[in-house]
Design a protein around this ligand. Structure first.
Ligand code: ATP
Length: 563
């Protein structure tokens, strides 16, 4: 297919902000790519499935260079256009238009060529990488029309701006494949597609199987990341029993981070986070504990990695070990200083068979059989099965006394639903609220804090739209050795600045913080309509992405409670 046809779809999508219209535009496009389902990735602004975390590694600087080289205009011209338009894609388009007036020629580029060149980018390593990357991009830009250049640059920078989230893609597949006659059928089919996607994490595969009426063939596959099941909140033990049934399995809720341990036949363990990032290299200790102490040819096991103090053996809060997640160097040193213990709590695949439809009770019995517990290395999550409120309360007190976050209450009969936040289990935590929120902007400090970003605009999510909910500037440290520091966060944010306006900067919404607050107020100052009072940063969450942050609905629910 000509890349131009895909660009036409981007253009149409950009013209409307209405979800239904976007769905129809996409459904029409899907009809054309039945034999090339991979082109769905381009619509998502990607070239690989969602479970594949490879990145192009193209900075704005490099994109500026590529635009400059392919058009013959110097870099300062590109930069000045970028400053004016605030979007490098638009800048490329504008500059190309100026150039084309004099040269007026354009070859066609095919989607195959775009996919091929872009897919080579993440593979390049070592000497000459930058040059090689530039050449691959320039080759595309040289044959691109101005509009194609706009979307190519946006794809490279992972900033498509066409507003297609997974909900719209799912609905477009439903519209094309099933043409539902009423809302009930539409919902039912959307659920089927969503369930298939949560297992596959790949829209091309789901689309292909849906056309062939073979969604049932989509299965779990160790080594390929799968979305984890998430849990809503219960007010207290009584509420928990109402949601999950009686008796229920209560477990300690550990304050660590989620890991999926994947064992493929005759291969080492691979570890994914709930964002589907591969963190195997960062956690050789976890790989070792799992491979030495879990028996089985193949499995996918769900667990929490909790940090503890190597001397006192006391458990530590997540923030203390969070730096291990992204660390690429001095892994061994970190392993010793910030050791972790795996708390195993679920299994969804074992020796060639998916277990997601088995009741939790059976899944737990299996992990009890196959995991050999060794203190401070690998253990099952502490569990109590009871129908008695008093016993559950005592267990809750014990969890809090031992420094855990609270309890999970799990239905004994429920299956496992990847990707769903569903009441098959619930979490119970003491009050003292917090939300995970994404940073959308920040402001430089003054005086002795000049040079650091010291105040952060944070937002929640409302169906894919980010809505501001406050500014947070406390909770960070001036001295890096004391914890999460202004300097550390400034460094991370500087890499993703989109626009500067005096002391204020706008950033790509990528960095997630856990923000504690005292209460929530209605407020016209922020686009969410709410403001957090006395917000305080509790932790940086490198294991979470924009899809994990608090939703407007959750904010509204908490705000109502305070009335
Ligand atoms: P929170 O911010 O409260 O950790 P969350 O939104 O990150 O919540 P939820 O799924 O809502 O995630 O809450 C449960 C989380 O608690 C899990 O994602 C997991 O990381 C952690 N956890 C700790 N212990 C357990 C356990 N025994 N069973 C299940 N999850 C556990």
């Amino acid at each position: 297919m000509d890349y131009q046809e895909v660009c036409q779809v981007y253009r149409d999508l950009e013209k409307t902000s209405k979800g239904l219209e976007k769905t129809t535009i996409l459904a029409k496009f899907l009809a054309k790519i039945k034999t090339e389902p991979e082109l769905i990735y381009l619509i998502q602004g990607r070239v690989f499935p969602d479970y594949d975390e490879r990145e192009f590694g193209i900075s704005e600087q490099l994109a500026i260079k590529a635009i400059s080289k392919s058009t013959g205009f110097n870099e300062s011209r590109v930069v000045s256009e970028f400053k004016k338009l605030g979007d490098l894609g638009l800048s490329a388009e504008k500059i190309m238009q100026d150039k084309r007036q004099s040269t007026l020629f354009s070859k066609k580029i095919t989607t195959d060529k775009v996919l091929a060149n872009l897919r080579k980018l993440p593979e390049l390593e070592g000497k000459g990488t930058v040059e090689h990357k530039l050449n691959l991009i320039i080759e595309l830009l040289n044959s691109a029309s101005p509009e194609e250049a706009k979307y190519l640059v946006r794809t490279l920078l992972a900033d498509m701006k066409v507003g297609v989230g997974s909900g719209i893609l799912r609905d477009a597949i439903v519209e094309l494949v099933y043409q539902p006659k009423d809302i009930t059928e539409k919902k039912e089919k959307a659920l089927q597609i969503q369930e298939a996607y949560d297992k596959a994490t790949d829209f091309a595969e789901v689309f292909e199987k849906a056309i062939l009426n073979k969604l049932g063939e989509i299965s779990l596959n160790p080594g390929k990341p799968v979305k984890v099941m998430l849990y809503p909140k219960a007010e207290n033990i009584e509420d928990a029993f109402k949601i999950v049934g009686r008796p229920a399995a209560f477990e300690f809720k550990y304050d660590g981070f989620r890991m999926m341990l994947n064992k493929q036949e005759n291969k080492d363990i691979t570890i994914f986070t709930r964002r589907l990032d591969n963190v195997t290299n960062q956690f050789p200790d976890a790989v070792k504990y799992a491979s030495e102490n879990i028996s089985g040819k193949t499995f996918i096991i769900d667990c929490e990695a909790v940090g503890f103090d190597p001397k006192t053996k006391k458990y530590r809060p997540f923030q203390d070990i969070s730096q291990r997640i992204k660390r690429k160097y001095e892994i061994e040193k970190l392993e010793k200083e910030l050791p972790i213990e795996l708390k195993i709590f679920d299994i969804i695949y074992y020796n060639g068979k998916s277990l997601i439809n088995e009741p939790f009770k059976k899944r737990r019995e299996l992990i009890e059989k196959i995991v050999k517990s060794i203190s401070y290395k690998i253990q099952l999550a502490e569990q109590l099965i009871t129908g008695d409120e008093k016993q559950a309360e005592e267990f809750y007190d014990r969890a809090l006394d031992e420094g855990q976050e609270g309890l999970m209450a799990k239905s004994l009969q429920a299956p496992y639903k990847p990707g769903a936040r569903i009441g098959y289990a619930v979490k119970i935590k003491p009050e003292g609220e917090d939300f995970d929120l994404v940073i959308t902007g920040a402001e430089y400090g003054t005086g002795k804090r000049a040079g650091w970003l010291t105040s952060f605009d944070v937002a929640c999510n409302s169906d894919g739209e980010l809505l501001d909910i406050g500014k947070v500037s406390t909770g960070l440290k001036e001295k890096p050795e004391e914890g999460l520091s202004f300097l550390e966060l400034t460094k991370l944010l500087k890499k993703i600045i989109i626009k500067e306006d005096g002391r204020h900067v706008f950033v790509k919404p990528e960095i997630v913080l856990t923000v504690q607050y005292q209460n929530i107020q209605k407020s016209p100052s922020y686009s969410s309509g709410y403001a957090l009072r006395f917000p305080r940063v509790r932790a940086l969450r490198p294991d979470r992405g924009i899809q994990d942050i608090a939703t407007l609905k959750e904010v509204e629910k908490e705000a109502r409670k305070e009335l």
